[in-house]
Design a protein around this ligand. Structure first.
Ligand code: BG6
Length: 490
């Protein structure tokens, strides 16, 4: 196998899906705290009180808060992120298990509202800083390198409500302050950073899941994204000033798109899909400017971006040091009528007859990972990391407490082989962090039963359980892989 000697092997989680302790030690609420549990069929909802004081909800993907309404936690709903897997109180035990597996890297995020409960304060919450400092020290104790995502879907609720979220330019300043605090407070403890998790989702998801976005939603999404690009560029500059040792990356939701047919119209649509969904963000964050096709996308959606001269300079000066991405699946695009569609919570298009699908409709496609790695490395020439990859599946706990998950082992093995091939073909791949190395709340569906972990957490979809941790078969398999630096896959 061709994994380099210092290759980072590890796992990944996000604050809002794991920490719990949503209102502990001064933490303020985030959007994820007013998001209900869903399932493979039922969407997650965001709950609110409308202008007349009546409770209401809208699907997390595909709508916006009605005029005059306030986000609210309502009686009669379950909010799975409130408790997550209680990583907040279990982190020492969890990190010890990661160390047993041999992790050399652990990816986690910082809850913005734990540091800045409302998001626009001048001074951070000391208790929040203390928590993360303790986590990083614990990781260092086991020589595990932290990889920290500054923003992972959890903008403080107050910023959403009071300022309207990322469509408002003011969010850039609040994020800058937050990022600066992270770089300053955790200097010496953290060296690897990601500015925004799956930054491209904002535009990409407008057209996925069968969503039909309104023209205004397109305009908002592109402006939102522009503000995040500028904020990301600022973070890169600030991070380098505070510690030149910092390595700061972008993080893209990496989906490999294929055309359904060889009809040239399908081929062209596929290329345009890559541009809109994947390259649009990578180009700005890695090359420091919008791609030539951006004008076509803006025209198509009647987007008139508010971009300042200074923004353009900042984008140029704040390009990232590395490209990181999540990869779960490939999907198909076509101009033709689709006979067989993918089922599940990610009903993103036509079914690929050459692939098998998870219970949530996600295609198992290791070759798609190799394709993505080779294509992206060739485009940017930056060190690259797979910071999310994994299989959400139903697990069964046997009478004796053991958990046999050969499906997860197979998924892992085949994706490692794909990475190996990409490295052999010249890709400078420097690390791999498996998503949900410990079971956590699904972002898409809010379920616990969609499990990714090598470590099982005893908690169900209604929040019942002991929160006890136990090792699945895949725990020992990943341990073996790490020990052999990817060589022993049997
Ligand atoms: C990515 C996110 O979209 O995919 C994670 O960065 C998320 O937060 C992961 O959990 C898997 O998706 P899901 O919906 O199965 O949790």
């Amino acid at each position: 196998m061709s994994f380099p000697k210092n290759f980072f092997w590890g796992g990944a989680i996000a604050a809002n899906q794991a920490e719990g302790a949503w209102n502990v030690d001064g933490r303020g609420p985030a959007l994820t705290d007013v998001t209900t549990g869903g399932s493979v069929k039922e969407p997650r909802y965001i709950t609110f009180i409308d202008k007349d004081g009546k409770p209401g909800k809208f699907p997390k993907r595909g709508d916006v808060l009605p005029e005059g309404a306030h986000y609210a936690v309502l009686d009669g709903y379950y909010y799975p992120n409130h408790d997550g897997i209680d990583f907040y109180h279990h982190y020492k035990e969890d990190i010890k298990l990661f160390a047993q597996m041999g992790f050399t890297m652990f990816r986690m995020s910082i809850s913005w509202s734990r540091l800045y409960p409302n998001g626009d304060e001048e001074v951070p919450n000391e208790k929040g800083i203390e928590f993360y400092r303790n986590v990083f020290k614990e990781l260092r104790k086991y020589h595990i390198e932290p990889l920290v995502t500054i923003w992972h879907f959890d903008t403080p609720l107050y910023l959403e409500e009071r300022y309207g979220g990322w469509t408002n330019r003011k969010l850039i300043d609040f994020y800058d302050r937050f990022a600066k605090t992270c770089f300053t407070e955790f200097k010496g403890l953290v060296k690897y950073w990601l500015t925004f998790n799956e930054i491209n989702n904002t535009v990409m998801f407008l057209e996925m899941f069968g969503n039909k976005a309104t023209p205004q939603m397109y305009r908002d999404a592109y402006q939102h994204l522009h503000h995040q690009f500028v904020a990301s560029a600022h973070a890169v500059k600030i991070g380098h000033q505070i510690d030149p040792e910092n390595k700061i990356g972008c993080m893209i939701c990496g989906i490999t798109f294929y055309p359904l047919t060889c009809d040239p119209e399908d081929i062209l649509l596929n290329r345009h899909t890559w541009e809109q969904n994947i390259f649009y963000c990578g180009d700005v964050q890695c090359k420091g400017q919008y791609g030539s096709y951006a004008k076509r996308l803006w025209a198509k959606h009647d987007v008139k971006l508010n971009i300042t001269e200074q923004d353009l300079i900042d984008l140029q000066e704040g390009t990232v040091d590395m490209y990181t991405f999540s990869y779960y699946m490939s999907t198909i695009v076509t101009t033709h009528e689709v006979k067989e569609r993918v089922g599940g919570n990610f009903s993103a298009g036509a079914k690929n007859p050459y692939l098998k699908y998870s219970d949530w409709g996600w295609a198992f496609d290791p070759a798609g990972l190799q394709y993505y790695l080779e294509m992206i490395y060739d485009r940017y020439g930056l060190p690259i990391m797979v910071v999310e990859n994994g299989l959400g599946a139903y697990d069964k706990v046997e009478e004796d407490g053991s958990i046999h998950d050969p499906y997860r082992i197979e998924y892992l093995k085949e994706h490692i082989k794909a990475m190996d091939k990409a490295i052999a073909n010249g890709v400078d791949l420097i690390g791999y962090t498996w998503w949900g190395c410990i079971d956590l709340v699904s972002a898409g569906t809010g379920e616990m039963r969609k499990r990714y972990g090598f470590i099982y957490v005893d908690k169900d979809d209604e929040g019942h359980g002991t929160y006890e941790r136990s090792k699945k078969d895949s725990f020992y398999y990943y341990q073996k892989i790490i020990k052999s630096n990817g060589n022993d896959l049997d």
